[in-house]
Write a protein that binds this ligand. Structure first.
Ligand code: 5GP
Length: 345
């Protein structure tokens, strides 16, 4: 047994130190980024936020609305060829869409079917809860071999060694986060995890050293956390809970005590596994939960709120663009990030 003594941080453990700035207005802050990916050589431009591949979030209706802001959506694994072909608008927004897949033979078959007929998809996200298995790295390698010009995202991991391993096996982008998610119970169920800001800082450093990129996935609860994820070196930030509960997600609405609520659940929750796979096998337990959120209306208002927060963060630290944010970032460690006397809005 070994204990690592150095402190690892979550978003709530730090704040940005404000810095002098010559920016006159937050409206001048450029949030768009352009990335060229290591293996695919594909160039992407847009605002590097991603709606997570979770039910009620990674949906085509959400994607259509986020694409207007040049924000990406990672479609859930339940989007098969039939569903995609039925939605003629998909092709028009393909540059902001990501297909996701697991690593089973059935997943691989579904991926190949879609890619054969809809070769316009540029991004493939190979997504499993625990990205540390040898089988996973090998799977990433075989997808890279089959699709040399597609941008491959692989995850999830939280350490530099495994980020490098996935990049060496063909990932252009590594997805980072184990346990920080809003409806994730992995940390309770297994005791496994890594504070998300430190995971982002360490994995970004590892990926950037090899010319690859990372996605900071999970754990953002407010626009300030999104800014901290970029400040820590995240190239993209993936949001589940912050993009959940909106009209476009199509989630089940319920009325309770006069207010309208909407269901949201983790991809490894009992609810999701029963819905998509007919129930949990007897050797595994659920690692996600179901919650009821206040219905939040149209997603565009939430997006504008997040982008407004991000522009303001950049202005406070003197970054003329999102690209400059991590260079301009000095975090201060704090014991309390927010005065909670009257709760949150
Ligand atoms: P959020 O933005 O809601 O904090 O986090 C979203 C991320 O949580 C997702 O992109 C995914 O990586 C992770 N996630 C989603 N559902 C589950 C689940 O049921 N269990 C676990 N362990 N993680 C989940």
């Amino acid at each position: 047994m070994r204990i690592e003594e150095d402190v690892k941080l979550d978003y709530a453990d730090v704040l940005f130190r404000p810095k002098r700035s010559t920016l006159s207005s937050r409206k001048d802050v450029e949030l768009k980024r352009t990335y060229k990916f290591k293996y695919s050589n594909h160039q992407w431009s847009g605002i590097p936020l991603i709606a997570a591949n979770m039910d009620g979030v990674g949906e085509i209706e959400v994607a259509k609305n986020l694409a207007k802001f040049e924000i990406m959506t990672c479609l859930t694994k339940q989007h098969d060829l039939k569903t995609i072909k039925r939605n003629s608008s998909v092709k028009g927004i393909h540059q902001h869409l990501i297909l996701s897949t697991g690593t089973s033979a059935e997943d691989y078959k579904r991926l190949n079917e879609i890619m054969k007929e809809c070769s316009f998809f540029e991004f493939i996200c190979i997504d499993i809860a625990n990205g540390y298995s040898d089988h996973f790295s090998k799977f990433v390698g075989s997808v890279r071999e089959k699709y040399p010009t597609k941008t491959i995202i692989a995850g999830n991991v939280v350490t530099a060694d495994m980020t490098q391993e996935l990049v060496m096996n063909g990932a252009d982008i590594v997805k980072v986060g184990i346990g920080p998610g809003s409806v994730c119970t992995t940390r309770l169920q297994t005791g496994v995890g890594y504070p998300q800001l430190s995971a982002v800082i360490e994995c970004a450093d590892a990926a950037h050293g090899l010319g690859a990129h990372i996605i900071a996935d999970g754990g953002c609860t407010c626009p300030g956390d999104v800014a901290k994820a970029f400040g820590g070196g995240g190239d993209f930030v993936m949001l589940g809970g912050m993009f959940a509960g909106h009209e476009e997600g199509g989630g089940k609405k319920v009325k309770k005590n006069g207010s309208q609520l909407i269901e949201f659940y983790g991809s490894s929750s009992n609810t999701a596994i029963t819905k998509h796979y007919g129930g949990l096998s007897d050797y595994r337990s659920s690692e996600g939960k179901k919650v009821q959120l206040k219905y939040r209306g149209k997603i565009k208002d939430t997006v504008q709120n997040i982008l407004g927060g991000l522009r303001s963060s950049c202005t406070y630290v003197g970054a003329p663009s999102l690209k400059q944010l991590s260079k301009c970032t000095t975090f201060v460690r704090v014991n309390q990030q927010y005065n909670d006397t009257f709760g949150q809005e």
